[in-house]
Ligand binder design. Structure first.
Ligand code: AHR
Length: 679
């Protein structure tokens, strides 16, 4: 008889906070996403640093009979330096396009409009939502200039009104129609009143509720690469994400470049992240930059590091300090006198490079000394193997980090092949925080594979926390695929991956109990993977160099042939080597790089340009080694274990041995690489 026996009393593993969310402002997850603001570029601060095609009037239009300019003299405040200066004729107007197809308003619902305005006259401005075809969906009159004596000329004044939609549209424009006069405008804003929990200026309800329904145990924020990809000066437009600059009244927050190539208003800042975590019952898990940008290999000078360490200490005080502490008082002033109960803090996100690991201990030691109760998270790079990964784990073991943040995105086959990835991890050392993972795709198959993988995350004693990434994607602003929840300006799409995450999260128990099985059916593995016949080509990846001593061998027969030498050039031209018609073969060659930073791309099993396997060495700024299957324009990644994946300017003898096309379930081939580096 087939049986599964569950030993209720035998605790196997405490599950704690295992399943949570990862919010990153990628794919317009915040502005044009979870953050409920309907106006795009509300403060005229967009600029080309955010994205080359942006400018201060992005998303704005005007009628022909209106003269406008963006000015900076006598601005609203020192963070909000641009504003719109308008010289209007009667009936002239400005319009904002919103996000996606436009501004979404629903008949019968109320919307909060506000604007900072400066004028010397008393006048009526008509505020409306209408479509380009002229359908009027909401309208109200705003009287300006009356609240202030005219002697107050020059002062900014905030005006507010409520618009009630009479028609529904997904293609609305916010239209401000003027009487003749001169006006300065800033922070032109429109929010639905129907936000998550009805908060004014709050979050988009449908997205927030979809996340709340999952019952996450924690939420990581605000990134991702968003955290560390930027300049080291927090006054710079392209600054790294610095939490202290995201607090206070929204009109006094800077707007920044978002490293995913758009603008972030920071309307959704650290205070709002903490509140949202509390509202959905998730423990907050902020991740701070560690004073090092791995994308540029640039670190804050060691003599200035203390300032960054202090920023981390201040964050703990902001979250947990009493209302009479310096940063606790800031939190209380924003409306939350109680502690946010911070337990976890990440330092760094995928920071590979010595620069980070030199700096990490300063954060670690200072936070440990002052707040020993905080669980500190170190970082192990962007792949499941490799030098950065090992460095992260070594650093975590050396300093006693509580957790290590691992990230990987791979094919479903990789996940199937690696179900037991964590079985042998030392449960006594730092625990695994699988802080960003997904199989490449949003199909039912992907979700099923992720579900299978998650059953092993539950079992593996070394795994403490896990979250899928990325979480949100606006369909019209895609930086990264796949994603868990997709949305446009009025709809959300819950993917199969979302439902799997929700299933595991909302049903997470407190402990995994022991069980045993008997007489279950044997698993039968069926595959029909074809042999990897096809062309072999080599291409430089932004490098120059010479390849010689090239030998192709049929390893079954021992037959081999010499191939002609060639140069790789920086034009990234693909060089044809030979056709592999046999099932098992090896390829050997010598390579010397003479210029450039990256490495080589070797294509094999190539049928045509859309169909091959790519083995890339020294990608991602010479950090990365991947096997990629290119088929039907779909790219699947297999990170490869190798401690010698970086390309040096030495003579390397490469030997790809035993390319075996055996039909295995998990991998279509086995490849062994020797690189013999000689100076
Ligand atoms: O989840 C998207 C990106 O993938 C994150 O920014 C990065 O940290 C991760 O590797």
């Amino acid at each position: 008889m087939k049986t599964i026996t569950i030993y209720q009393q035998e605790g196997y593993k405490e599950l704690g906070d295992l399943y949570g969310l990862f919010f990153e402002d990628i794919n317009h997850a915040a502005d044009g996403g979870l953050y409920g603001e309907l106006v795009q570029n509300r403060s005229f601060e967009f600029c080309e640093v955010d994205k080359p095609e942006y400018h201060s009037l992005t998303a704005w239009e005007k009628s022909d009979n209106l003269v406008w300019s963006v000015e900076t003299g006598n601005p609203l405040n020192k963070e909000n330096t641009h504003y719109l200066h308008v010289e209007a004729k009667k009936g002239s107007c400005i319009r904002n396009q919103g996000y996606n197809s436009g501004i979404y308003v629903e008949a019968g619902k109320n919307y909060d409009f506000s604007v900072y305005l400066r004028t010397t006259i008393s006048a009526k401005i008509t505020i409306a939502v209408r479509t380009d075809e002229g359908k009027l969906c909401a309208e109200a009159a705003l009287m300006v200039g009356k609240e202030k004596e005219l002697s107050d000329v020059g002062d900014w004044y905030k005006y507010e009104l409520v618009l009630t939609a009479t028609e529904t549209t997904y293609e609305g424009r916010l239209v401000l129609t003027f009487e003749e006069g001169v006006y300065d405008l800033d922070m032109v804003s429109l929010f639905p009143q129907d936000t998550f929990l009805g908060k004014k200026g709050g979050l988009r309800r449908d997205i927030a509720e979809a996340l709340q329904e999952m019952k996450p145990k924690f939420m990581r924020f605000p990134g991702g690469c968003l955290v560390h990809d930027g300049s080291l000066n927090d006054k710079d437009r392209n600054s790294m994400y610095r939490w202290r600059r995201t607090l206070g009244p929204v009109e006094e927050r800077p707007t920044w470049r978002n490293n995913w190539r758009y603008n972030q208003t920071l309307g959704l800042g650290y205070y709002e992240y903490f509140c949202f975590c509390e509202e959905i019952g998730a423990k907050p898990l902020p991740v701070l930059p560690g004073g090092f940008n791995p994308h540029k290999g640039e670190g804050v000078p060691m003599e200035d590091l203390q300032e960054w360490v202090q920023e981390a200490l201040d964050l703990v005080e902001f979250a947990n300090g009493t209302a009479d502490s310096k940063w606790g008082a800031v939190r209380a002033g924003m409306g939350h006198p109680e502690s946010f109960g911070l337990e976890y803090l990440g330092i760094g996100n995928e920071e590979i490079g010595e620069g980070f690991f030199e700096r990490y201990p300063y954060f670690h030691n200072a936070i440990r000394a002052k707040y020993p109760e905080i669980k500190l998270i170190n970082t192990a790079g962007p792949f499941s193997v490799g030098e950065g990964y090992e460095d992260g784990w070594n650093s975590a073991r050396k300093y006693g980090s509580d957790l290590v943040d691992e990230h990987y995105y791979s094919s479903p086959e990789w996940f199937l092949a690696n179900m037991h990835h964590y079985d042998d991890f030392d449960e006594k050392g730092p625990k695994v925080f699988l802080g960003g993972y997904a199989s490449w795709g949003n199909t039912f198959y992907n979700a099923l594979v992720e579900a299978a993988y998650m059953t092993h995350l539950e079992k593996a004693k070394a795994v403490a926390l896990a979250c899928y990434a990325p979480m949100l994607c606006n369909v019209d602003y895609v930086n990264w695929k796949p994603d868990m929840l997709w949305f446009d300006n009025h709809r959300i799409l819950k993917t199969p991956n979302y439902y799997v995450q929700k299933l595991f999260m909302s049903n997470q128990g407190t402990a995994e109990v022991a069980y045993s099985t008997s007489d279950l059916d044997e698993v039968i593995v069926l595959t029909d993977n074809p042999a990897l016949h096809g062309d072999i080509t080599i291409m430089g990846n932004d490098v120059e160099g010479r390849i010689w001593d090239i030998t192709f061998t049929n390893t079954a027969t021992g037959e081999s042939r010499k191939l002609p030498d060639f140069m790789v050039d920086k034009e990234n031209v693909e060089n044809y080597l030979t056709e592999a018609a046999c099932d098992n073969y090896s390829l050997e060659f010598s390579f010397k790089r003479s210029a450039g930073r990256k490495g080589l791309k070797i294509y094999f099993g190539k049928k045509d340009s859309d169909n091959s396997i790519l083995w890339e060495f020294g990608g991602w700024d010479n950090w990365d080694c991947n096997l990629t299957e290119i088929s039907m324009a779909e790219v699947q990644l297999f990170p490869i274990e190798s401690s010698m994946w970086r390309i040096w300017n030495t003579v390397c003898v490469w030997r790809f041995a035993d390319v075996i096309s055996e039909p295995l379930l998990m991998a279509k081939f086995t490849m062994i690489l020797w690189i013999d580096c000689r100076s």
